[in-house]
Design a protein around this ligand. Structure first.
Ligand code: CIR
Length: 257
């Protein structure tokens, strides 16, 4: 799929006060902004039109726009984030999506779902059941996707310690290839794919992002870089150290279609 559009949101002064389990210290806001600019520039370089939304101080984690929607070229789904402080963040995305989409669905009721738990691999969607995404949320999304002709498979990651979202641990790189955290690779067969498994000490870098011809790889993970380069991917390094401190990775920083 050729990506043409992306939505990102700038981090605000409240960013260091978001939710995290990382224990890597507080992010440096100025550096976070520089890294955000570099991220957006990379997306532009790769041919995407990037809508950079203004800061939302009330929602420290709102820079992680991936969690509030699932986007395809012809429809979008607004999520219902699992973390209570993030719950109303999704509604802030509604007017933005209305600029691009006629068909917008919403995860409703007691269902919860974070976009970080959704990993698309060609015409199948893997949906993570996690501390953030419950069965009802997964089922609501699966039925919307089914209507549009996509298959879904649920993957329960609730017993995997230290893995926030499904996409913290598995990402589809294209060419029938998955990049995996070894803890998930040991639990789930993912048959039919070429599997690249990152070393445990570089687990964070299982979250790489394939965009058009290039694979965005977080800076500072040499084994993963070697792994994906040897597998034939054209890697572009981006430093997202300040987002890692808040449990966010490369994919979390944008919505793409
Ligand atoms: C959170 O805990 O919700 C944020 N601090 C990090 C969200 C990362 N998002 C993602 O993996 N898609």
């Amino acid at each position: 799929m050729k990506f043409t559009h992306a939505i990102t949101r700038k981090p605000g002064n409240s960013f260091p006060y978001g939710i995290t389990t990382a224990a890597l210290g507080k992010p440096d806001l100025e550096l976070a902004l520089t890294q955000h600019n570099q991220y957006c520039s990379a997306l532009v370089q790769l041919g995407l039109q990037v809508d950079v939304l203004p800061v939302l101080e009330l929602f420290p984690d709102s820079v992680f726009v991936e969690d509030v929607a699932i986007v395809e070229p012809d429809f979008a789904v607004l999520t219902r984030p699992g973390a209570i402080p993030r719950r109303d963040e999704a509604q802030e995305m509604l007017p933005v999506l209305q600029k691009y989409y006629k068909r917008i669905y919403q995860i409703e009721g007691n269902a919860t779902l974070d976009g970080g738990d959704i990993c698309k691999a060609d015409d199948i969607y893997y949906i993570g059941l996690s501390a953030r995404t419950n069965l009802e949320g997964a089922q609501q999304l699966a039925s919307i996707l089914n209507y549009f002709g996509y298959r879904s498979e649920l993957i329960d990651i609730r017993r995997l310690q230290g893995i926030l979202h499904l996409k913290s641990a598995v990402n589809y790189l294209g060419e029938e290839t998955l990049l995996l955290d070894p803890r998930l690779a040991a639990q789930w067969p993912f048959s039919g794919y070429r599997k690249l498994v990152v070393p445990l000490e570089e687990a964070y870098s299982a979250n790489c992002l394939r965009l058009n011809e290039v694979l965005l790889v977080p800076f500072g993970f040499p084994h993963t870089l070697e792994l994906v380069t040897n597998a034939g991917f054209d890697a572009l390094l981006l430093d997202v150290s300040e987002y890692r401190k808040m449990d966010g990775g490369l994919s979390c920083l944008s919505l793409r279609w």
